[in-house]
Design a protein around this ligand. Structure first.
Ligand SMILES: Cc1ncc(COP(=O)(O)O)c(C=O)c1O
Length: 279
């Protein structure tokens, strides 16, 4: 595992664990013939589901927020090249996508046997997949940090932590206080209990989902990390370390869930994505 070296860290040590949380979230969600899920036009989750569908012979349907824009952006073109059927939902219906009414409409159209995965892929099965992450950490540590979009990754990491360790999630959305409730709900759904070994930090959203600031842009350029999720978490960890929030000697494992320029770097890949190359 690579160690992040920055003079601002003082006596706090930060290890970078490159790990694809999307694969973990899908691992226990793949036992279906047909899988439908939701996402924005640039959703990492849509791409990951399309790719898993192709690899495991599952028919996939991506319900995309808003209207169709042609030509498809690289992200959606990749999903389509993987065999995903793309369909679009107007923004008002999209907001209601997890309601009974919209789901009934989707089932009527795509078949009663279609498995519906929530946006971001966070459900009980996803939490169980992410709970396997702490068992694979191969350095001594005290804290695991991850970025938070829908809460499934944090819920799972927390559930899988050994006694005495803790997790911190960094929300990448603005006004994301509701996510604390989501993390607890997901843990209850997966394990019929919650854990108190985690906290959710709301201070490093930089204006909201996929928003940025000159300071964050500078950070992304300096560390060459993915900007929507990973940069916000790492910025937060470094900032908290500088403020002395961690006890000296604390060992932090930061879960690096995305790569720089993920959509572009992966776009010529439909032929190569089976090769087992690291993501
Ligand atoms: C690269 C990356 N990191 C982190 C997350 C956040 O995970 P979660 O939605 O489980 O909070 C996502 C969203 O799935 C993601 O695509």
């Amino acid at each position: 595992m690579e160690e992040l070296l920055d003079p601002g860290l003082g006596q706090v040590r930060v290890f970078l664990m490159h790990d694809d949380n999307k694969r973990r979230k899908l691992k226990y969600n793949l036992g279906h013939r047909r899988l439908l899920t939701f996402g924005g036009a640039y959703s990492h989750h849509i791409r990951a589901v399309a790719e898993a569908g192709r690899r495991h012979g599952i028919e996939t349907i991506g319900v995309i927020r808003g209207e169709e824009h042609l030509p498809l952006n690289p992200s959606l073109a990749y999903a389509k090249a993987c065999g995903m059927t793309l369909t679009y939902l107007d923004r008002a219906s999209y907001r209601l996508k997890h309601t009974e009414e919209v789901q009934a409409r989707l089932r009527a159209r795509w078949g009663e046997d279609v498995a519906i995965l929530p946006e971001g892929g966070s459900n009980a099965a996803a939490v169980r997949g992410c709970a396997e992450l702490p068992g694979e950490i191969d350095v001594p540590y005290d804290v695991v940090c991850c970025p938070v979009g829908t809460g499934g990754t944090l819920a799972g990491i927390s559930a899988g932590l050994p006694e005495g360790k803790r997790a911190i999630g960094f929300a990448v959305l603005k006004g994301a206080g509701f996510l604390a409730g989501e993390v607890a709900r997901l843990q209850r759904e997966a394990y019929a209990r919650t854990w108190s070994n985690w906290t959710l930090n709301l201070d490093y959203h930089f204006g909201g989902y996929a928003k940025t600031t000159p300071a964050l842009d500078g950070f992304i350029a300096k560390y060459r990390v993915e900007g929507v999720y990973v940069a916000k978490m790492l910025f937060g960890i470094l900032d908290l370390a500088r403020q002395g929030t961690f006890t000296p000697g604390t060992r932090v494992v930061a879960v690096v869930t995305g790569q720089p320029s993920t959509p572009v770097a992966r776009w010529d890949a439909p032929t190569g994505f089976d090769s087992g190359e690291p993501r």
